[in-house]
Design a protein around this ligand. Structure first.
Ligand SMILES: *Cc1c(COP(=O)(O)O)cnc(C)c1O
Length: 365
């Protein structure tokens, strides 16, 4: 630090310089985060100092967190689900595995995840000392259910299915996985970090949530398709009492026990997440998802007219292609298999898609 501070003007001119180095999302097709909804920003600012790690001081904020969990539980066909707002999908996945490993109480517990699972499971298994077993994908990049059962044994504490894979935007056959897990009395955690706020608003039904009896927990991230400010994820579990396995005593806080991973937690982002759901309602969210899906279909159709084949037909607003070079100025990403990967988040409007297609077309010429 400098001995004396600098002027506010000098400080903010430095910060705007740095802000200018950031991307503004306009040409970003590679991100699952997006520009937050204006009501999320306003709500976040209003609750900027609220710390959910000490909820007795912020009972208003804490009750909004409960409402957020209630809304998401209802959306996932289980209004009485337990839950809390996490920092994102990584924490939600870690905490789910932590609960089920404790409930199992085995000395060498293992977790069975699809090959397509997000890398957060690798972190979680490392931290929790769990053996991670992977189930191969079929040719559509969905979990090959026939291979699931042989990976499970008496030490399996949890099976994971992904509802909206990060790389290809496909949903695992959660219904079939749920039946297998249910019959084996093994909890099924559904990672719907991305898909949880897309699937319920699609025109056709894809079963993935608590309506399936085998589903024990669901992770969903408002800071992705929920258009909240960062950080806001959430973990929902079928039985609220399961969080008791994670409780520790918190002697000097306003509450006596805490089951969250983080101590201090952003209240602002949580209120922001709630604000968006409340403001848009089912119809507003459906309109957003409809738009993103329409743009996804348009991009796939446009790319294919240029001869770039889709890697798979996605369930969600993620499009992947057999394509090499990318026009300058655009941000796309690559899957582990080398496909070009794009995500049609709300900031990727129809105009942006047309602009991208035009640039791809010119590159080709
Ligand atoms: C984004 C994502 C995660 C990780 O979420 P973070 O908020 O980045 O921690 C986990 N699982 C899936 C399927 C995701 O798409």
């Amino acid at each position: 630090m400098q001995a004396n501070g600098i002027s506010e003007e000098e400080l903010f001119s430095f910060l705007s310089l740095k802000k200018g180095e950031d991307s503004n999302y306009h040409h970003v097709l590679s991100s699952m985060c997006t520009v937050p909804h204006p009501v999320a920003v306003r709500a976040h600012q209003m609750f900027i100092e609220a710390n959910l790690g000490d909820p007795g001081l912020f009972p208003g904020t804490a009750s909004i967190e409960e409402l957020l969990v209630e809304r998401l539980g209802a959306l996932f066909h289980h209004p009485k689900a337990g839950g809390y707002a996490t920092s994102g999908g990584t924490e939600s996945n870690l905490q789910a595995l932590r609960i089920f490993a404790k409930m199992k109480g085995s000395r060498r517990p293992n977790v069975v995840v699809p090959e397509s699972a997000h890398f957060s499971f690798e972190k979680a298994c490392d931290i929790l000392s769990l053996e991670m077993r992977t189930v191969p994908s079929d040719e559509t990049f969905r979990m090959d259910v026939d291979a699931l059962q042989e990976r499970m044994d008496k030490n399996t504490c949890c099976v994971v299915a992904v509802a909206g894979t990060t790389e290809y935007g496909v949903v695992d056959p959660v219904k079939a996985v749920s039946e297998i897990a249910h019959d084996a009395h093994v909890p099924l955690h559904v990672d719907a970090a991305f898909g949880g706020l897309v699937i319920p608003f699609l025109d056709h039904e894809i079963p993935f949530d608590f309506a399936l009896p085998g589903v024990s927990s669901v992770a969903v991230d408002p800071h992705k398709m929920g258009m909240s400010t960062i950080p806001c994820g959430s973990l929902l579990v079928r039985e609220p009492s399961w969080f008791g396995h994670l409780n520790v005593e918190t002697p000097y806080l306003t509450v006596k026990q805490e089951c969250t991973l983080a101590g201090t937690r952003s209240g602002g982002a949580v209120v922001g997440a709630f604000a968006v759901l409340e403001y848009l309602g089912m119809s507003g969210m459906k309109a957003v998802v409809d738009g993103c899906m329409k743009n996804t279909r348009r991009l796939i159709e446009g790319m294919e007219t240029y001869g770039y084949r889709r890697a798979v037909t996605p369930d969600l607003n993620v499009a992947t292609f057999e394509a090499g070079t990318v026009p300058p100025g655009w941000r796309v990403s690559r899957t582990r298999r080398g496909h070009m990967r794009t995500i049609m988040m709300p900031h990727v409007t129809r105009d942006v898609i047309e602009e991208f297609l035009q640039d791809i077309g010119e590159m080709d010429a």
